[in-house]
Design a protein around this ligand. Structure first.
Ligand SMILES: NC(=O)c1ccc[n+]([C@@H]2O[C@H](COP(=O)([O-])OP(=O)(O)OC[C@H]3O[C@@H](n4cnc5c(N)ncnc54)[C@H](OP(=O)(O)O)[C@@H]3O)[C@@H](O)[C@H]2O)c1
Length: 239
């Protein structure tokens, strides 16, 4: 020990672990859905808006978004993808994998500073069924993060069935939502959004480098659905 070394370590209060289920109030956030005229976007927009969230769906054509928004109701608005991104706090990406990179590249400015939530599953289909593609960046979510350096990127909502989401006769969506991201605060916002939908629970499931297997699992769920004529989802046990 040198003269300058204290004999005892300074006393600091032990950090209390944060309750993982203590999530922020997200009721005031505007949620945009790029590609919100499609099945998944429509379904998510309906569920979030029915839960009281302000939702704007985006499209490559504003008039298409306005027409679909009117069909969904619950105060959902429609706009072109750029306006949807500009006016939203949280932007869900629900376009097909084919159009993913091009869509995000074209909206880089509008998405700057926003929390972008990718739900895109890069899949291929052949006579054996669905299979996971291997994006160069590792996953769709990592591609989004690479293309949007000025946005905060998370990934979630991959395992939901659009058929169930859109079905207005179903009151609760019985599923967990695996949420991935780099910043705890961002992940918790997405968990809280998922939790606004009755029956749904948002669960932290790791960083974006682990998004590939979450996206890929949809190929397995499609196999399940085909065999059992179901709309399978995912539940995480023991939490
Ligand atoms: N369907 C599901 O059950 C489900 C579940 C979980 C996750 N997902 C993921 O969600 C995404 C959307 O799925 P979906 O079934 O809703 O797809 P979809 O209906 O085929 O497409 C969604 C919307 O994206 C727009 N779009 C189509 N091609 C595009 C392109 N090349 N570039 C930009 N926009 C394009 C279209 O809107 P406009 O023509 O109005 O622009 C379309 O309505 C996919 O990546 C999928 O992996 C789907």
């Amino acid at each position: 020990m040198t003269d300058s070394t204290p004999a005892t370590a300074p006393t600091t209060a032990p950090a209390s672990p944060k309750d993982p289920w203590a999530l922020p109030d997200v009721s005031g956030l505007v949620v945009g859905v790029l590609g919100g005229t499609g099945d998944q976007g429509r379904g998510l927009a309906y569920r979030l808006a029915a839960a009281g969230q302000q939702v704007i769906i985006g499209s490559r054509a504003a008039d298409r978004a306005v027409a679909v928004a009117a069909e969904i109701g619950h105060g959902v608005e429609g706009a072109d993808n750029a306006e949807c991104a500009r006016r939203s706090d949280v932007v869900i990406v629900a376009v097909p994998w084919d159009g993913h990179a091009k869509t995000l590249e074209s909206l880089r400015a509008e998405l700057a500073g926003k929390l972008v939530v990718d739900c895109v599953n890069p899949l291929g289909f052949d006579k054996k069924g669905a299979y996971a593609l291997k994006p160069e960046e590792g996953s769709a979510a990592e591609q989004a993060a690479a293309l949007l350096p000025d946005s905060r990127v998370a990934a979630a909502f991959h395992h939901l069935s659009a058929v169930l989401l859109k079905d207005t006769s179903i009151a609760e969506i019985d599923t967990d939502v695996m949420v991935l991201g780099e910043e705890r605060a961002d992940v918790e916002i997405v968990q809280a959004l998922a939790g606004r939908v009755p029956g749904m629970r948002g669960v932290f499931a790791g960083r974006l480098r682990n998004a590939h297997q979450v996206e890929s699992l949809v190929a397995n769920l499609i196999s399940v659905n085909r065999r059992y004529k179901a709309h399978a989802g995912v539940r995480i046990t023991d939490i």
